[in-house]
Ligand binder design. Structure first.
Ligand code: IVH
Length: 699
């Protein structure tokens, strides 16, 4: 049993903490079952640190109270902008230490401020004996049974780490839930609710889900809530004189925690002075949205423990540490109205109009409710107080409604059954989440979106043709179809309200310039459902000419890379309609043209199957140029780095994507290396006379 426990501890640590398992899960499970059956035959031999104790099962009436031998204090918070918060802290520390301007910069450890809940973990003779919440700082609750279920928390300290195992060691840190674990948990909760389970609910955010799990009286339930942990501080500990551990710096202590088996975040950094803190604050701000867990700021700590002792505490807060927050990503506001917007393909999207609120660094007045089911699931009503979330560049969304704040009797939201813009029927097809306006190009909202789509930079590109002008063109009735736009001419444009002659001339010139385009841009610009840029490129490459694309049957379309039944069907439907063919014919008649070629199925695609990610500014190539070059060789260009990424191409000021690539071991190229790679491919794969290049499926 002792041997099995040691093996399970080792492999559990590799799996949960290092994320680098060395045995298959099935093998782990076999060892686990073996230990379980020995323990059930000899229950008197079960130890509290046995890995079997992680599954939970104890059910309590209430938590016992734990008095903290060293109080669990909180830290002061700076919310100012990146530079002033860090500078104020550095200045305070230097003043308290009596350092003048001539004295060298202080060394700080900068850490993430995890958005979870503080936890104290007490080890005696190397075994976890107690886990307690912070409570009021003086005493908290004994949540040991729940905390044992967290795979990342060592049940026994690893020997041979930092000196001998201390007789008493209380490590402090944060229990939290990763965002992917949170999403999966809510997914499971929704399924339970849909299946009619009573008393189940979804969680508002990872922090609340983590707090709820830690405070479960039934540890079997806690075990099903996936929690994580990072260590960042020390509580009670055997003094050095009695054989306790000795550290000179906070950083050294964090390294010791790691050696004893605790997870410590990768993002800790030793930095110099206020400038170093500011740099860290900025760097983490960039990475914030790509971290797998929520943070609400960073924490700065004086590294030297002797200086920490000298600085001490004021009003129960350490003078040697400060939290520096980022703008919140979730805020409360009220719903003023619920509008329904019509998209290019007729999709109706319910949008909550909000009382303006500053969240995630910008003022938000609209938040998407996605579709009817989502709006109903969240039960958002006019007048409600809601939590809005805006993280990174993602569209703001309503997370949930505070039901106890609901006043008045606004009705439940219902999706209109006719288009709010053109009045045509709006229908929701079976199996679809969205209602669509059936008005097609009769619907002015769809027409506007279709024109904007066609005119955008990556489609046919009509420079300077923005939303306002398109609204005017369509609302005044002078433009009913795409070709109308090319027939307007100077006179037609100049008659629009508030249109200066100079602007009209510019638009005429831009329309003229847009006529020389490429086949993929034109096909993408048509706005066929499910046909994005990448698909348009594949279609153009495969068929070589617009007529061949328009005439291809489903079978022929399915031969194209990445074209499945849905896309093929959508293409057939689009080109099967006479009015769409008419639009194409008229656009050609207006002078739109592009080079066409042979069906290019025989051209080599040496980078087919590889996925590239571009980040930062390259010295000579624009991002679009680099993308085009790569795609011409068959590569895919993706927006984010994952295990599937083949290469990251990084230029100046590359940020979190480059970090992610390094973390995952994805090879990184600079522009030179990229150009060399493309040049070598061109030499080795250029079709030379008489040589048969391989068909695409084999390249
Ligand atoms: S140090 C005496 N470091 O933020 C210093 N706290 O008031 C003790 N927190 O509730 C705190 N990440 O739970 C520290 N890297 C970090 C932290 C951190 C999150 C939480 C902690 C506490 C609050 C600070």
């Amino acid at each position: 049993m002792h041997h099995l426990r040691a093996q399970l501890h080792h492999h559990g640590y590799l799996y949960y903490t290092l994320d680098a398992p060395q045995i298959p899960d099935a093998q782990y499970d076999r060892l686990f079952k073996q230990l379980q059956s020995l323990e059930s035959a000899h229950p008197e031999l079960i130890t509290p640190d046995s890995p079997t104790q992680r599954v939970g099962g104890t059910v309590l009436d209430a938590f016992a109270t734990v008095r903290h031998r060293v109080p669990m204090l909180s830290i002061e918070t700076e919310t100012d902008t990146e530079s002033s918060g860090a500078q104020a802290f550095d200045a305070r520390v230097r003043r308290a230490l009596g350092l003048d301007d001539a004295a060298p910069a202080l060394v700080y450890v900068a850490e993430l401020k995890f958005d979870g809940l503080a936890m104290s973990l007490r080890y005696e003779q190397g075994v976890l004996v107690q886990a307690a919440t912070r409570g009021d700082g003086e005493s908290g609750e004994d949540v040991t049974a729940n905390i044992r279920t967290i795979g990342q928390i060592p049940l026994q300290l690893h020997a041979g780490g930092h000196g001998p195992i201390p007789p008493v060691l209380e490590v402090r840190g944060e229990v939290f839930m990763r965002r992917d674990d949170f999403d999966a948990l809510n997914e499971r909760q929704r399924a339970k609710i849909a299946a009619g389970a009573k008393g189940e609910k979804t969680f508002v955010n990872p922090r609340n889900a983590a707090a709820g799990a830690v405070r479960q009286l039934d540890s079997g339930i806690a075990a099903q809530r996936p929690l994580s942990f990072f260590a960042y501080g020390l509580g009670d500990v055997t003094p050095v004189s009695e054989g306790g551990p000795q550290f000179a710096t906070h950083y050294e202590m964090l390294q010791a925690f790691k050696a004893w088996g605790f997870p410590v975040a990768d993002q800790i950094a030793c930095v110099q002075g206020a400038q170093g803190l500011i740099g860290y604050h900025q760097q983490i701000a960039q990475q914030r949205d790509s971290l797998p867990f929520d943070i609400d700021g960073v924490v700065y700590k004086v590294n030297d423990l002797a200086l920490q002792a000298q600085l001490g505490f004021v009003s129960r807060q350490p003078r040697w540490a400060v939290a520096h927050k980022y703008p919140a990503q979730e805020e409360l506001t009220t719903v003023l109205a619920i509008d329904v917007q019509v998209g290019r393909t007729g999709k109706l999207t319910p949008v909550a109009k909000l009382a303006p609120v500053f969240v995630g660094g910008v003022t938000v007045t609209n938040a998407t409710l996605h579709n009817e089911d989502e709006a109903r699931r969240k039960d958002v009503r006019v007048g409600d107080t809601v939590i809005v979330r805006r993280a990174g560049d993602v569209i703001p969304e309503v997370v949930s409604v505070l039901l106890d704040k609901r006043v008045g009797d606004a009705p439940q939201f219902t999706m209109p059954h006719s288009c709010p813009v053109c009045g045509s029927d709006a229908v929701r097809e079976e199996g679809e989440a969205d209602y669509r306006c059936t008005g097609g190009l009769f619907c002015s909202a769809q027409r506007k979106q279709a024109i904007l789509h066609f005119a955008q930079r990556r489609a046919v590109e009509v420079e300077g043709l923005g939303e306002k002008l398109v609204d005017q063109m369509v609302d005044s009735g002078v433009v009913k179809t795409l070709p109308d736009m090319y027939r307007l001419g100077f006179a037609g444009l100049a008659q629009l309200e508030r249109m200066a002659d100079k602007s009209a001339q510019n638009i005429v010139a831009a329309l003229e310039a847009s006529k020389a385009t490429t086949l993929p841009r034109f096909v993408f610009g048509l706005g066929i459902r499910h046909v994005g840029e990448a698909t348009a490129k594949e279609l153009a490459r495969h068929f070589g000419s617009l007529d061949r694309i328009m005439d291809a049957n489903e079978e022929a379309l399915l031969q194209v890379n990445d074209v499945g039944p849905v896309v093929a069907h959508s293409l057939r439907t689009f080109f099967g309609q006479a009015h769409n063919r008419e639009v194409v014919a008229q656009l050609r008649a207006c002078g739109l043209h592009w080079p066409e070629g042979e069906p290019a199925a025989q051209v080599a695609q040496p980078l087919a199957g590889l996925i590239f990610v571009l980040t930062g500014t390259l010295p000579t190539l624009s991002r679009d140029q680099a993308k085009d070059l790569l795609e011409a060789q068959g590569a895919k260009v993706a927006g984010s780095v994952s295990k599937k990424t083949s290469y990251v191409v990084a230029g100046a000021e590359a940020g979190s994507k480059l970090d992610k690539a390094r973390e995952l071991g994805v090879p990184v190229l600079d522009e030179d290396a990229l150009i060399k790679l493309l040049a070598t491919l061109a030499e080795t794969t250029a079709p030379h006379p008489g040589a048969q290049t391989a068909p695409e499926s084999q390249t």
